[in-house]
Design a protein around this ligand. Structure first.
Ligand code: NAG
Ligand code: NAG
Length: 357
């Protein structure tokens, strides 16, 4: 029955062509969806596993008794200096919220900025251009501009990122000399969007937690309207020694619970989303799909709390995975940084109901 065969072959052929076209256009997203959907099987959660229960209520006097509650001893002798070491991006709003939150407990802010993204594209030096916004912290700020360069063949964004962290290590080392030799320092190592709460730093300054500790942060996307979970662990605080270096990787198995906020993709304008999607170290996630950079699609994504790269969220067990597929929009703004709430009108885009950019 050659006739019937031919009759069947034509739709089969068309279907195959369509399938090949769809897969080639979306191969990156399909691969990602498969690896995300099976992640609970092949991957284990990264990060520290020894979680220190965190005790705090507004007005608590953080003293030796509170240290004991956390299983720590109160520090005796001279007061530790606290340094907040920040790699600047374009996120001026988060920087302002961060510096105001930490100002009461931080002695120095070290800020490093580059004129290129980690992928080597030129970018504005946001901090240098907006210094007057941070004038009230002027006396505490040490700033260094690190010239960026286009990636050489064989180099990746991760090399550029590592180089920038190296520069921060050098900046901290060169400044340690200005403190009296007997003055000990704590260094906060966290990205600009990973903001420890002031009372957390007060606790770590008062109590001897050891050489280093990670900070578990509430992880939000787009604004404080969308809480993903308590999944952020890379931020850390270190007692600075001669061989300490500035890092964003695991340095200890101990992590202090609920120690602040990590607001990912919390930008004021749509162009910042596009710059970030092109510029950061996971830029391969775009996978050649330029339509992902469409401003209307990004705006819609922000208002619906969906993953910006159109991927399934990373999760390590199926309960988690399904609970993250659709985030629930928050109707509370309790327990957020003080400066954010005091300036709610200016920072409306970071608060529930303010998703329109
Ligand atoms: C800590 O503060 C509380 C409340 O102010 C007080 O009752 C307690 O005695 C203090 N503990 C120490 C070790 O100073
Ligand atoms: C960054 O600044 C340096 C020094 O001013 C300059 O040589 C370099 O070309 C700049 N890089 C970019 C990507 O603009």
């Amino acid at each position: 029955m050659p006739r019937l065969l031919r009759f069947l072959l034509i739709p089969a052929f068309i279907f195959t062509i369509a399938l090949v076209y769809f897969v080639s256009r979306n191969h990156y997203q399909i691969g990602n969806a498969l690896s995300s959907a099976t992640r609970p099987i092949w991957d284990k959660a990264e990060g520290p596993t020894d979680i220190v229960t965190h005790y705090y209520a507004e007005g608590l006097d953080i003293n030796g008794s509170v240290c004991a509650l956390h299983g720590w001893k109160e520090r005796l002798g001279s007061r530790f200096k606290v340094i907040d070491a920040i790699l600047m991006s374009t996120e001026l709003d988060l920087l302002e919220i961060r510096m105001n939150e930490l100002d009461p407990v931080v002695d120095r802010f070290y800020i490093i900025e580059s004129n290129a993204t980690f992928t080597g594209l030129p970018k504005e030096t946001s901090f240098a251009l907006n210094r007057q916004r941070f004038a009230k912290f002027q006396k505490k700020i040490s700033y260094r501009l690190v010239p960026g360069y286009p990636l050489e063949p064989g180099q990746t964004a991760f090399d550029q990122e590592a180089n920038t962290r190296d520069q921060m290590t050098k900046l901290i080392r060169s400044h340690m000399a200005e403190f009296l030799p007997e003055t000990q320092s704590l260094v906060i190592m966290s990205d600009i969007d990973e903001i420890p709460s002031a009372h957390t730093i007060e606790l770590l300054r008062t109590c001897d937690f050891g050489q280093s500790i990670h900070l578990q942060l509430r992880n939000y996307v787009y604004s404080f309207e969308w809480l993903v979970g308590f999944t952020s662990w890379r931020a850390s605080v270190h007692r600075w020694d001669r061989d300490t270096f500035y890092r964003h990787s695991q340095s200890s198995n101990t992590i202090l619970a609920d120690a602040g906020w990590h607001c990912s993709y919390c930008f004021r304008t749509i162009p910042e989303y596009i710059t970030k999607m092109r510029g950061f170290s996971h830029a391969d996630r775009i996978g050649g799909r330029l339509d992902l950079l469409d401003p209307k699609r990004i705006q819609d994504t922000i208002c619906r709390g969906k993953d910006i790269f159109g991927m399934l969220p990373e999760a390590y067990n199926y309960v988690d995975l399904f609970s993250k597929l659709s985030l629930e929009s928050a109707t509370t703004a309790v327990g957020l940084p003080l400066f954010l709430i005091e300036n709610a009108e200016r920072f409306k885009f970071l608060l529930p109901g303010g998703c329109q950019r």
